[in-house]
Design a protein around this ligand. Structure first.
Ligand code: RIB
Length: 308
């Protein structure tokens, strides 16, 4: 039976605008596609893990407004286990996402209620649960509260995964409480100050995280693949080649799929291969929720690509 995963993080109602290119400073561009959907890195990761068959609980904070109600309605439809807090003084998180013809994106988030989620609220939910394999986090909430939650959970013996997106410098002492850190190449470069252009650079940045006290660093490199670095192994895993239409949320789907695979007993390296397949499938469609692959198509690609 799959072990339990808890994912804490943001919910953002997401407004997508697609056009030839992303507007420059001072410019107005005419786009061609618009839609509004559910997003937020925490919520995306939790839903991706659910789609991949994990026993998952999501922890988040919403405003008492229409977007917050939409989120609850969606979670009920998806039958997602959740512990939702509210802040009646803040709006539900909102993101505006620009996408160009090549599928590249640029995102601005107004976090609202997401910033009010506290370490106490997170730890209170997680300590009530039994058999938690891992607790996942990102940084679209208050960074101090997330770091405090990670440190307290680590002290309680709970394994933690931090997807440090969006990246900001982290307090030194948090690193030794992180079981797995999963930045993309930009986030890893910002945190380590090591420029990353290829897998060799990424392996170097991975070793930087290990020296800081993290157990395992999993650094994604977009269409190139990812590297896995720990005291025991150093590995480059190429990504399946696909035609990208929209890369929004690919990192979230990677994290959610990775955690789901771990919960089903995969090794870290096979879980990274599984997550690479989930993320690759997701970029072939527009949107995040709309593009989330299920278990069957992810397994099929895993078998075709890596023979697992
Ligand atoms: O990672 C993609 C997500 O970032 C989007 O869903 C958007 O809401 C922002 O949180």
């Amino acid at each position: 039976m799959a072990k339990k995963i808890i994912i804490t993080g943001s919910y953002n109602a997401s407004i997508f605008l697609k056009g030839e290119r992303i507007p420059q400073i001072g410019e107005t561009c005419t786009g061609d596609t618009y839609f509004i959907s559910a997003g937020g890195k925490g919520s995306n990761q939790a839903i991706a893990a659910k789609f991949q068959g994990a026993d998952i609980t999501y922890i988040g904070k919403l405003g008492k407004d229409t977007y917050g109600k939409d989120a609850i309605h969606m979670y009920e439809k998806l039958d997602l286990n959740k512990s939702i807090y509210y802040d009646s003084t803040r709006h539900t998180g909102v993101a505006v996402i620009f996408i160009d013809r090549g599928g590249n994106n640029s995102i601005m988030v107004a976090p609202g209620a997401n910033m009010q989620l506290t370490a106490d609220e997170i730890v209170n939910v997680i300590q009530e649960q039994e058999d938690v394999l891992m607790a996942g986090f990102q940084l679209e909430n208050d960074v101090g509260q997330i770091c405090e939650a990670i440190e307290r959970l680590h002290a309680m013996g709970v394994q933690t995964l931090l997807d440090p997106a969006p990246a900001v410098p982290l307090p030194e002492e948090v690193y030794k409480s992180i079981t797995i850190i999963k930045p993309n190449e930009h986030e890893a470069a910002l945190l380590s100050q090591i420029p990353i252009e290829n897998s060799k650079d990424a392996l170097k940045a991975g070793r930087w995280f290990i020296d800081k006290g993290v157990e395992t660093a999993l650094i994604t490199l977009g269409e190139m693949g990812c590297v896995l670095v720990s005291q025991k192994e150093e590995l480059f895993i190429p990504a399946p080649a696909v035609k990208a239409v929209d890369t929004t949320g690919a990192g979230d789907i990677f994290s959610g799929s990775f955690l789901a695979a771990l919960s089903k007993g995969y090794t870290y390296s096979d879980a990274a291969r599984y997550a690479s397949c989930g993320a690759a499938l997701s970029v072939t469609k527009m949107g995040v929720l709309e593009a989330m692959p299920g278990e069957k198509e992810t397994y099929d690609l895993l078998k075709k690509e890596y023979g697992i």
